[in-house]
Design a protein around this ligand. Structure first.
Ligand code: NDP
Length: 342
């Protein structure tokens, strides 16, 4: 049975993203298989276990989750909970002797990120943050072109992420407007894609950030978390990035990189599929026809392969911590109305 060679995965939190995007894509994994579920909703867990052919004994609640340490079928735990719960469950998973894949944003404070890294290190387990775009073919191809110098010397990067949040209609948005569970608003949730893309396009770490935040004080969605964020990152080479995030307009998920020999657009940059790339050069525009890939399966398998080969993943806990640190500097800059060195 080839399944025996695959690492066993448990999903913690059976919400929209877990059930609609992650669980169905294990079918395309070569080194990973879904074996266990952790949920606060026993009926939903039961139904999904049946649908995916999982054993009843492999369904856990948040209360008995720690007993997963006695289940040798589970190698990796994938945390897909509201943001402020990522730290607790990552630490509990590590203490149960399991490797961890944790959704973005890694946590809602730098302190929590550090505790997660420490717990996994102490347990001798891998920790990876689920930056799926870094496993997505269009983004990887863009990075390769940039590094090869196809755009010449990089000058400028822009990235925008926005969507309309609907907390009264969509359960997945209810916790997103609550500071205690979400940690912040559009920046934590989707602005992190603009931030992360700016960093992987630049291929270096920013030294300074500036930011402005504006939210309609009469909109009940923005009583606790921010709506519109405009931020800039200054990189040591002189590259500037201008990024935005918003919770109040129709979906935008794009990134642009400008070099002195050409520009490259990904629009969308961070969708689940249907990516497009456009490149502009002095002699005209081109649209390379790349093949869509299963970024979810690639991401999950990457961690399994790293575990099997004892290698550090492309997006380890340290990568998640960096973004949370920059996010905190962006909030600080907006609050103080001045540039913040990072
Ligand atoms: P959902 O609200 O749909 O799912 C969260 C699940 O967490 C719930 O269904 C519930 O599962 C469990 N949960 C436990 N405690 C709570 C609580 N107090 N309030 C609400 N839910 C709770 O959210 P999403 O699936 O959209 O997001 C989950 C995580 O995934 C977030 O960190 C988000 O940033 C990330 N995400 C990542 C995406 C990506 O593309 N990488 C896309 C979308 C989300 P149960 O009933 O089983 O206990």
């Amino acid at each position: 049975n080839s399944d025996k060679k695959k690492l066993g995965w448990a999903i913690v939190g059976l919400g929209k993203f877990a059930t609609e995007e992650i669980m169905p894509n294990f079918k395309d994994c070569q080194h990973s298989r879904l074996v266990a579920l952790v949920s606060g909703s026993p009926d939903k867990a039961q139904k999904l276990a049946q649908q995916y052919g999982l054993q009843e004994k492999n369904i856990y609640s948040y209360q008995n989750f720690d007993s997963i340490k006695d289940n040798p079928e589970v190698d990796v735990v994938y945390i897909i909970l509201p943001n402020s719960l990522h730290a607790e469950y990552t630490i509990r998973a590590a203490q149960a002797g399991k490797h961890v894949l944790c959704e973005k944003p890694m946590a809602t404070s730098v302190h929590d990120c550090q505790k997660m890294i420490d717990a996994c290190q102490k347990a001798g387990k891998q920790l990876m943050i689920a930056y799926r775009c870094q496993y997505e073919p269009f983004n990887l191809n863009a990075i390769e072109r940039i590094r090869k110098g196809e755009l010449g010397k990089l000058r400028f990067i822009t990235s925008d992420h926005g969507r309309r949040v609907k907390p009264t209609e969509d359960k997945a948005d209810t916790w997103r407007v609550q500071k205690k569970l979400a940690g912040g608003g559009s920046l934590m949730d989707i602005g992190i894609y603009s931030l992360n893309a700016a960093r992987y396009f630049a291929g270096e770490e920013p030294v300074e950030v500036t930011a402005q935040i504006a939210s309609d004080p009469n909109d009940p969605r923005f009583k606790e978390v921010e709506d519109n964020v405009a931020f800039t990152l200054r990189f040591p080479s002189g590259v500037l990035a201008a990024c935005t995030s918003s919770y109040s307009y129709e979906t935008v998920k794009r990134g642009r990189v400008f070099g002195d020999k050409g520009w490259l657009d990904l629009d969308p940059l961070s969708d689940y599929d249907k990516h497009t790339m456009k490149i502009g050069k002095p002699d005209g525009k081109e649209e390379p026809q790349l093949k869509e890939g299963n970024q979810f399966a690639a991401e999950i398998d990457h961690l399994s392969e790293c575990i099997l080969q004892n290698k550090t993943p492309r997006t380890p806990g340290e990568e998640g911590l960096r973004d949370v640190r920059y996010i905190m500097a962006i909030y600080e800059s907006a609050r103080k109305g001045k540039a913040i060195k990072v």
